[in-house]
Design a protein around this ligand. Sequence first.
Ligand code: BV8
Length: 241
Amino acid sequence: MAAMQTYRNIVILTGAGVSAESGIDTFRSAGGLWEQHRVEDVATPEGFARDPDLVLRFYDMRRAAIQTKAPNAAHVALGRLEREWPKRVPGGTVTLVTQNVDDLHERGGSLGVIHMHGEHLTVWCTACDTRHRWTGPLADRPPCPECAVPALRPDVVWFGEVPYRMEEIFAALSEADLFVSIGTSGAVYPAAGFVRTAREIGAQALELNLERSQGSQWFHETRLGPASEIVPAWVEELLGG
Ligand code: BV8
């Protein structure tokens, strides 16, 4: 990666690995979230229809857990990049897309985070189609604040459901000259395909991850290490030290 090359529009995609050092389980590592549950049981509409209590408890546990965690140096560095990039490159943009449903990017200082798979701290009423900020449980079937029907579900994109804000994401990718993937296994689409979209329009592609991922072949450069170390180092390099 030519550190001196000046980029203008940066698109960053993060996955569970960026929150791992904050103590939030990833999905596919040993002992990770999916090891304790079958994906089809807890992260699909069919699983929710089959056993809503199991799914609501799975998400209640995770929604409570993230509220006991803190952003790590990777989240803070990305918040710094977003603030300082337009000063370093007038007119330059940073678009942060995350597959994560925690709020650690926001608490690390990022604004305008695109949560393409939804958020733990938002719930969605399937009766009146409204969304509400929510920090408590859903397993006790609380009434919707809008319509009072006990029809709230996690506002999270399950397998087979359409990810959020895809138009905005593809618009940002179409303008990108640098695409950076951080802490994701490249196992889930359409997120795992973004690097190829970026490459098609000629962007540079950089991967920052603990280990090589399923998509490493698509990147010009892969840097391996814990996000709390390699992300701040990359941001420092990009902002000209
Ligand atoms: C859709 C819910 C249509 C929220 C999640 C066959 C081929 C291709 C695609 C498909 C197919 N069959 C089905 C599909 C589609 C399917 C899919 O991709 N399936 C996969 C399994 C093949 N996708 C969908 O259904 C999506 N919807 O396609 O709709 C469409 C498409 C386009 C446009 C319009 C319509 C919906 C997918 C969303 C599913 N919901 N989660 C929740 O419960 O959290 S997915 C789940 O996996 C999370 O969102 C998570 O973010 C995501 C990806 O996982 P990662 O974040 O990468 O986490 P993982 O544990 O896997 O990896 C962690 C990485 O971090 C590792 O690489 C590790 O090395 C690294 N790491 C660990 N520690 C550190 C670290 N890195 C740095 N530092 C550390 N300390």
